[in-house]
Design a protein around this ligand. Sequence first.
Ligand code: HEC
Ligand code: CU
Length: 394
Amino acid sequence: MKRHLGLLRLLPLTAVFMLLAGCGEERLSALDPYGPQAEWILDNMILSLYVMALVVIVVFALYFIAVVKFRKKPGDEELPEQVEGSKALELTWTIIPVFLLAILAVPTIWGTYYMAEEVPEAAGSSGGESENGEQSGEGGDSQNSGSSSEQQQGQDALVIDVTAHQFWWQFDYPEGFSAGNEVYIPTNEKVWFNLTSSDVIHSFWVPALGGKIDTIPGVENTMWLEANEPGVYKGKCAELCGPSHALMDFKVIAMEPGQYEAWEAEMASGSASSGNGGSGESGSEQETSDNSSGEGVSTVSDGRQAFEDQGCITCHAVEGQGTGQGPTLSNFGDREKIANILEPTDENLEEWIRHPGDIKQGNNMPGFPDMNDEDMNAIIQYLQSLSAKENMNQ
Ligand code: HEC
Ligand SMILES: [Cu+2]
């Protein structure tokens, strides 16, 4: 009987939620979802909030009624009637919570299976699972889930291997190339991640796209994410993993499928960094001609040389294939951030190379505080020239 009143009173809460959704950093909020999994999570947060708010309102209402109605009035001298046990009451306060829990259990159990969906076997054989996705009926996004299931039937699912390291992320693609700290995915398609860790336990979390999952040494966990829109989604390590845990970020960069394919081809061919490796000379003119800073071909190829001479290459792969103790730098010029925290300017890059330990305490890159300016500048030019995106658009 109180229920209708209760729900009406909750209307302002919805407004608060909408306000909150605008808070915080862009695309780093579970309250501002950009994919079916994140939408599911938000819907269920709101559902449980409503259920809990209903309980609070009913309990407090009964409490205040009791306090006001049965308070001691002037002239009341006798003890009130002492009542013990009431079958009706006890049944009520058992059945109502069971009912409320059932309301929460249905979508929760459904969602657990939805999110735990395994990598579909091969093209065409996955079929039905993703259609179930629409039964949740939260409205609004059914086109997206629809298109994703169509796509999955037509092609093999994209599965990316993720290895967490203190304090950076390695993403290995099925084509054999590797990406550091920034993982590119196509939009409107479920992308699977097989996750593990090389050292301690970390946790992979992209709040605007979905739930989080631990990365555990020696264990492989699987999850999927889907982005509805192209854009940069911020990711966080959500498990205390060491002194720079709070700086262990990453990015998910979602691109239209066509763009993504071009990016993938570029990375797979290693041409983002060709001409710098043993592989090809043709690439280097290409890169330097893009290099508007006025530095000549020599700076970039000097940079490549210095990168080897200084020993950077022992930890950093730059050819697209493979990776070392540090993140691959094959497409470093495309980074949204340096080491995930600094704006990608030349000054910050120099600061990072000279004193990485000051910027991210406890990280595993040794500093190069005494490197001469010539090598430093050349390395900076070289690293900034490594771009898959630029080549892709040519
Ligand atoms: C002993 C291995 C090692 C050596 C040698 C090394 N690095 Fe690193 N580097 C790392 C590790 C590990 C990280 C990841 C640090 C982090 O984010 O916690 C890193 C991160 C970086 C990054 C940031 C990458 C990103 O994804 O934004 C740059 C740039 C970089 N190193 C450049 C260099 C240069 C230039 C040299 C040579 C002068 C060099 N590194 C030498 C291990 C190394
Ligand atoms: Cu971590």
